[in-house]
Design a protein around this ligand. Structure first.
Ligand code: PAF
Length: 294
């Protein structure tokens, strides 16, 4: 195995679909399977845990780094989204990625690009209410990444739970053969879900942020032990609304379809989004009848 001067294995960077396909064809010729970890950079431990999971799923790991303009709405932070490819490349190489795929926006969406992949069903409501166009942007770029790589599997974090279900629906609807692997949410020791956006929190906001997870856990525990859903959800909404600058939503949904949950007879999930200063935080936990939450 070739080693970089840092002592870690060499990781190549490609920026075009033809270079990507050339590398992947050579791996395929050697019989190697391929896992894709799609990212927008600003890597943190959550992304590194996705790369570790990818290594257990396939012989080769490709990490894509593309800050997808199509999933940012007006007034969102595209221009200020943290970009440091050198730092990200070092972290992914150290985590064991084999290839960084970092296309330019003009290569991904050349002049004349005219296709949008949009979705109903799980792509309605929750994130879509506050971020119109977000899932069309995600579905379009994820379709392209899966078709460009032809990966055997792709790893998506449960942190963005609605996105995970949307991507599962996408591959089922479009007959894309890539297997979607869900990765558990990586958390700080106080429970806050790891996210690139946590970097925007000041000290005071950072100390308030973990309440999102604890309220979700308390409500999931109450639902799991048979508390009445309507008042449990109302109480949790009040607790989040009082603690944060705004509550965008708190929803109890079926874990596979994201339809509204009403009974505990299927696996379900509590999902929420709140505003803390200028930062939007999202999180979710499983509700299990055995009283166990994650
Ligand atoms: O979750 C993300 O980082 C992005 O939505 C994704 C899946 C890389 C698509 O741009």
């Amino acid at each position: 195995m070739k080693l970089h001067s840092s002592g870690f294995p060499v990781m190549r960077t490609v920026r075009t679909v033809s270079d990507l396909r050339q590398t992947l064809q050579a791996w395929r010729a050697d019989g190697d399977s391929v896992a894709l970890v799609p990212t927008m950079g600003a890597l943190h431990d959550g992304h590194l845990s996705l790369i570790k999971i990818a290594q257990g799923q396939a012989r080769r790991t490709v990490v894509s780094l593309f800050v997808n303009p199509r999933q940012f709405g007006a007034g969102e932070d595209l221009a200020h989204y943290p970009r440091d490819e050198g730092r990200d490349a070092t972290l992914m190489r150290e985590a064991g990625a084999d290839l960084l795929y970092a296309p330019e926006a003009t290569a991904m969406y050349p002049t004349g690009f005219a296709t949008t992949v949009s979705m109903d069903g799980p792509a309605r409501g929750m994130e879509a209410d506050t971020r119109p166009g977000f899932f069309a942007g995600v579905c379009t770029v994820v379709s392209k990444l899966l078709l460009q790589t032809g990966a055997d599997c792709a790893i998506f974090g449960e942190k963005d739970y609605q996105q995970l279900i949307v991507v599962r629906q996408l591959v089922a609807d479009l007959d894309i053969e890539t297997r979607i692997v869900a990765a558990p949410t990586a958390r700080e020791t106080d429970g806050l879900a790891r996210s690139s956006r946590n970097a925007y929190l000041d000290q005071g906001q950072r100390s308030r942020a973990p309440r999102l997870h604890s309220v979700l856990q308390e409500a999931a525990g109450a639902l799991a032990s048979g508390a009445p859903p309507a008042s449990t959800l109302d109480d949790a909404r009040r607790a989040l609304g009082d603690h944060f600058d705004a509550l965008h939503y708190l929803e109890w949904r079926d874990a596979e379809t994201l339809d509204r949950a009403t009974l505990l007879d299927r696996s379900s999930r509590l999902l929420a989004a709140v505003q803390l200063g200028t930062t939007r935080l999202i999180d979710n936990v499983a509700v299990s009848p055995a009283g166990k939450t994650v």
